[in-house]
Design a protein around this ligand. Structure first.
Ligand code: BTN
Length: 243
C-alpha cells in the first residue's frame, strides 16, 4: 500500500480526488493538519493539528456493485472498531457509520464513490479518528478521544499502520459473497442500539416519535426498524433521528 504523509492540506478526501497522479491502487493519504476538513452533510470536521488521525484511503472496490455499496461502509467501520479494540476501547458502530464509545463519537467516516455504469470505479474513504485531542470547540455532539478513554497519549503513526492493515484486510474480505455476509453479520453485531432492545426514534418527514428495534440494514444502507405497532420502517440516512 502506498502511504503519503502530508503536513497540511485542505481535506485529504479532496486532495485524493483532485490529484489522481498521487494515487496508486491502494493509497493512504495522512494529513497532520486539514484546513477545511469535511464531515458528513457538509459539516466541518474539527481536528487540532497533529493531535488526531485524519486520512483518506483510495481503492478500487472489486466485486461490489453500486447497489451493495454499503458493504464497503461495513468493512471500514469494522476495521476501526477492531483497531480500537486492540487499544482496549470498546467501540460500536452507530448506523450508518459513526464510531461511538459509549454515547460519544470517537470517529467519523466520509465515503465518496465514483460510479460508472454498473460499477464503482473508485472509492475514497475519509476517516477522522480522535486520538490525543483533549478539548473540542465545535458544536459536534459528544466528541471523545482515545486520550479521554485511556488516559494516555497514542502514537499516531503506529495507529495509522494498524488501521491501514485492517482496512486492507476487511476490504479484501468483501470481494466475495461469503465475505460480504460475514462482514454484515459482524456489522450488525457491532451496532450501537443493536442489542435487540427498543429505543426511541423520530421520523424526519412526519416528526413521529416511536420506540423501535433495529432489525437489519440492507445492502443499499437503508435501516429497518420495527415499531411497537408491529410495522417496520425503512429509512435512508437523514430520514430517521436517534433520540
Ligand atoms: C463525519 O462527519 O462524521 C465524517 C468525518 C470525516 C472526517 C475525515 S478527516 C479525513 C477525511 N478528510 C476530510 O475532509 N474528511 C475526512
Amino acid at each position: 500500500m502506498k502511504q503519503l504523509l502530508i503536513e497540511e492540506t485542505t481535506s485529504t478526501n479532496t486532495l485524493l480526488k483532485e490529484h489522481p497522479d498521487l494515487i496508486g491502487p491502494m493509497t493512504m493519504a495522512i494529513a497532520l493538519r486539514q484546513t477545511s476538513g469535511r464531515g458528513q452533510r457538509g459539516n466541518f470536521w474539527e481536528s487540532e493539528a497533529g493531535k488526531n488521525l485524519t486520512f483518506s484511503f483510495h481503492f478500487k472496490p472489486e466485486g461490489t456493485a453500486p447497489a451493495e455499496q454499503f458493504a464497503i461502509s461495513e468493512a471500514v467501520a469494522l476495521a476501526i472498531a477492531e483497531t480500537l479494540s486492540a487499544y482496549g476501547i470498546e467501540a460500536r458502530v452507530k448506523w450508518p457509520n459513526d464510531i461511538y464509545a459509549g454515547d460519544r463519537k470517537i470517529c467519523g467516516i466520509l465515503i465518496e464513490h465514483s460510479l460508472f455504469g454498473k460499477e464503482i470505479t473508485r472509492s475514497i474513504v475519509g476517516i477522522g479518528l480522535n486520538v490525543n485531542q483533549r478539548e473540542f470547540r465545535s458544536d459536534a455532539p459528544n466528541p471523545v478521544s482515545m486520550w479521554h478513554l485511556t488516559g494516555r497519549k497514542h502514537d499516531i503513526e503506529s495507529l495509522a499502520m494498524t488501521l491501514g492493515e485492517r482496512l486492507e484486510k476487511n476490504l479484501g474480505i468483501i470481494t466475495t459473497k461469503e465475505g460480504k455476509e460475514t462482514t454484515h453479520r459482524n456489522y450488525l453485531g457491532s451496532l450501537y442500539r443493536g442489542d435487540g432492545l427498543p429505543y426511541r426514534y423520530r421520523e424526519a418527514s412526519s416528526g413521529e416519535e416511536f420506540m423501535g428495534i433495529i432489525r437489519d440494514v440492507e445492502p443499499s444502507g437503508h435501516i429497518l426498524i420495527e415499531k411497537e405497532s408491529g410495522t417496520t420502517g425503512r429509512y435512508a440516512f437523514k430520514e430517521i433521528v436517534f433520540i
